[in-house]
Design a protein. Structure first.
Length: 408
């Protein structure tokens, strides 16, 4: 790392110097369509997929071919030197050749937006943010979500949901000590009546104190609390909170390591008995390392409690690994591997008790070839397997996906 880069890495998180550095790091998006101050990017793609288990069924497996055209519009509006508004809209359709009952009557849409405003005042940095997303996806069996989370729902069909998060974070830099405070308000709305019980609002509170122990080394205490209230009352309103130490090591821009853990509690009122038996701890570790221009990797492992899909709580332990490779000109290889074990138990939306233990594994290998400045082709193989202690709640699936994308 150059002396200039080392000096910038050691700068305060707040103040005028930090604001100047933030301006230098602001990247101009690769959008080539413009309307006044707003830049646009239009992506069109067509993918064809083969799967040997279209319904993620444990028995009576049904193979199928899926055709998936998609158009996506991204926009970027730089409000100030430090702040920008991003908007996106995706429209796609999934056509199942054999299992035509899976075909939706309308295209699937996924609009979203995000705005973040930064404010620097002496030793304080304030970040105000708001993000909105609306997703429509087909769920006819357990699968990974767009964010990589394992969703254990099945026989759902087209599921639309709105997720809006707004809040702020404030950092107070005292030199060797940085204090941070955050608040978020979340609205999650299911547009499918079958899953109305998942509609909820959440209030997030977070606080941390980090001590600078040396160049690129920071450690301290972090806390987080969340109150969740369900609109229909079919799942119990509850608190969840965690507190524990953390450590972060980033000697340069190429390596980042962070780990933490401590006490975690899910406080479901006893009037909503039977109680969940969540373990009273959490822990995580993640590392990213860019070795050189063609090799990098990311590794993450965690144990945590999160909102469940059938009950109020899902306890999960997982590990994930990915390593993008770019050692061939115009070619990218993207292997990945994830494994997890999970337990969901407690009172359900229909006031019965539900309990399931399951584990899952996902392996993938993708290849992307850049045909030119605007054309790319890709080929991807995925394998997913879920095993559980419940009858007919296990499956495995192979999937091959190939397509082409054009960026206007």
């Amino acid at each position: 790392m150059s002396p200039t880069a080392a000096q910038e890495a050691a700068e305060s998180l707040t103040g005028e110097r930090s604001a100047e550095l933030a301006k230098k790091k602001e990247l101009i998006p690769d959008y080539n369509l413009r309307w006044g101050p707003v830049s646009f990017q239009v992506l069109s793609s067509f993918h064809a997929e083969f799967t040997d288990n279209a319904l993620n069924a444990p028995v009576m497996r049904s193979s199928d071919e899926v055709l998936r055209p998609e158009v996506k519009l991204n926009s970027y509006w730089p409000i100030t030197d430090l702040n920008a508004l991003t908007l996106s809209l995706g429209v796609n359709y999934e056509y199942y050749v054999k299992n035509t009952q899976l075909n939706s009557a309308t295209p699937l849409i996924s609009p979203g937006s995000e705005v973040a405003l930064l404010l620097y005042v002496k030793n304080f940095r304030f970040r105000f943010h708001e993000s909105f997303s609306y997703l429509q996806t087909l769920y006819y069996g357990a699968a990974f979500s767009e964010a990589g989370q394992f969703i254990s729902l099945s026989n759902i069909g087209v599921w639309g949901r709105i997720d809006n998060v707004a809040g702020f974070t404030a950092d107070w830099d005292l030199g060797a000590l940085v204090l941070s405070l955050g608040y978020d308000h979340e609205n999650f709305i299911s547009t499918l009546s079958l899953l109305d019980y998942l509609t909820h609002t959440s209030e997030w509170l977070s606080w941390s104190a980090g001590f600078v122990l040396g160049p690129g080394l920071r450690s301290g205490l972090e806390t987080k609390a969340r109150w969740t209230a369900y609109d229909t009352g079919q799942l119990p309103d509850h608190w969840r909170a965690r507190v524990g130490p953390f450590a972060e090591f980033s000697p340069d821009s190429l390596v980042t390591v962070r780990a933490g853990g401590g006490y975690e509690s899910v406080l479901i009122p006893r009037t909503a008995s039977p109680q969940t038996d969540a373990t009273p701890y959490y822990g995580y570790a993640r590392m990213t390392h860019t070795v050189n221009d063609w090799f990098s990797y990311a590794l993450a492992v965690a144990h945590e409690n999160q909102l469940g899909w059938v009950t109020a709580n899902l306890e999960t332990t997982w590990v994930g690994f990915s390593t993008p490779l770019k050692f061939i000109d115009k070619v990218e290889l993207n292997p990945g591997l994830a494994y997890g074990v999970a337990k969901e138990s407690g009172p359900t939306y229909n006031r019965t008790f539900y309990h399931i233990n399951y584990d899952y594994i996902q392996a993938s290998l993708g290849v992307v070839y850049h045909l030119g400045e605007r054309w790319t082709t890709d080929l991807r193989y995925d394998y997913i397997q879920m095993d559980s202690d419940q009858t007919f709640s296990h499956f495995y699936r192979n999937r091959i996906n190939a397509g082409v994308t054009y960026r206007f």
